[in-house]
Design a protein around this ligand. Structure first.
Ligand code: PLP
Length: 372
């Protein structure tokens, strides 16, 4: 019996207007297809240096320990938490959606004594309640999600960073959905550790996790009494590969780094401020169209992410049927609700390359047809 020849891969040309991944510009796709070089080739090493400089500009930081961890956003989360807490250390996590919940799980697996404060999904934390929890629990590390992708809420973190430091704690933020879509001021806000992902507002395929660790965080890593639980995500070992030692740690995903290099170049060519303004403008256009259709947002005005519009599904509408139709008839993907918002919300992403006027008109006319 002969094996039937398989057909070449031919994915549908989806318009990705959900919570990520977002569409990838052709320049980034071509970078992915370039011939790999070795992970210690002088050309690759030069590219790593260049990427570190670009990541510092995008994170708005001078932190030397700024690099792309091999793995998705969750690897960035594990890298930050696993390196900053040792078994028995106290960590406080602010939970107002799925990803704060994930941070609690990760911290527990690292052996931390975890305490959490919760807010209803769609709401954000007031610095005073975080302060009260810090005073009550005396954590070494506070974790909070800057852009909660499950609810579309933007959490201000500058005041929380100040409060954490006044009380001897470090602050780690999740910037997976925020980076390159809204300002992330690592040095300006004095954030100690931050992680992100490539597949949201950077418009690169999923696969790398940009991270940055500030001076206090590096001190905490140096002062550890125990080894980091994860060999793969031990920042001291990873730092020797990205730093001047160039010690082999793992085989870097070469082509993903090509792609991220190109995605970062696009971000910096546009300019961060222009990019934030574009995200805002397109989100405003989407909001006007949704309002005309009688569709409301989950987060209150003033706390909404322009790159992730989390809206309430109108009464009597079949969530799954609408999303199926959008995909099959329009090739448009939007996200459903997660956790507490399952079946109650849609998440419309206008991220990076996808934050364009034509995305707005397409998703509005497609939705309007499906709701008729
Ligand atoms: N944190 C946030 C806010 C996210 O939105 C996501 C993914 O959507 C993650 C963490 C996890 O990232 P990944 O799915 O790339 O592992």
């Amino acid at each position: 019996m002969t094996t039937p020849a398989s057909k070449p891969l031919d994915p549908s040309p989806r318009v990705l207007l959900g919570p990520g991944p977002s569409n990838v510009p052709p320049r980034v796709l071509s970078a992915l297809g370039m011939p790999p070089v070795g992970h210690l080739d002088p050309e690759f090493v030069a590219l790593m240096d260049e990427m570190q400089g670009m990541l510092r500009r995008v994170f708005r930081t001078e932190n030397p320990m700024t690099l792309a961890v091999s793995g998705t956003g969750s690897a960035g989360m594990e890298a930050v938490v696993a390196n900053l807490v040792e078994p028995g250390d106290r960590m406080l996590v602010c939970v107002n959606g799925v990803f704060g919940g994930r941070m609690v799980d990760v911290a527990g697996r690292c052996g931390a004594e975890v305490s959490r404060i919760d807010r209803p999904w769609g709401e954000v934390f007031d610095p005073s309640e975080v302060e009260a929890a810090i005073k009550a629990h005396r954590p070494k590390l506070v974790g909070i999600v800057h852009a909660e992708t499950s609810t579309g809420a933007l959490q201000p973190v500058d005041e929380i960073a100040r409060i954490a430091h006044e009380n001897g704690a470090l602050l780690a933020i999740d910037a997976v959905t925020s980076l390159a879509g809204v300002p992330v001021e690592v040095d300006g806000w004095d954030v100690d550790a931050v992680y992100s992902g490539t597949q949201k507002c950077l418009s690169c395929p999923p696969g790398l996790a940009p991270v940055s660790f500030g001076p206090r965080a590096m001190e905490a890593i140096k002062a550890r009494k125990t080894k980091v639980q994860s060999w793969y995500l031990d920042m001291t070992l990873i730092g020797r590969y990205w730093g001047s030692d160039r010690l082999y740690h793992h085989t870097a995903p070469i082509n993903m780094n090509y792609a991220l290099r190109e995605a970062l170049a696009i971000v910096l060519e546009e300019g961060l401020d222009a990019r934030f303004a574009r995200h805002l403008l397109n989100a405003q256009a989407l909001a006007a169209g949704l309002k005309a259709m009688g569709i409301d947002y989950v987060p209150a005005e003033g706390h909404r992410l322009p790159q992730l519009n989390c809206v309430t599904i109108p009464e009597g509408v079949d969530d799954l049927a609408v999303r199926k139709r959008l995909l099959s008839e329009w090739n448009v993907e939007i996200g459903g609700g997660l956790g507490d918002l399952k079946g109650k919300a849609w998440r419309i992403g206008l991220m990076g390359y996808g934050s364009r006027r034509e995305s707005v008109t397409l998703v509005l006319s497609a939705l309007e047809t499906c709701l008729r």
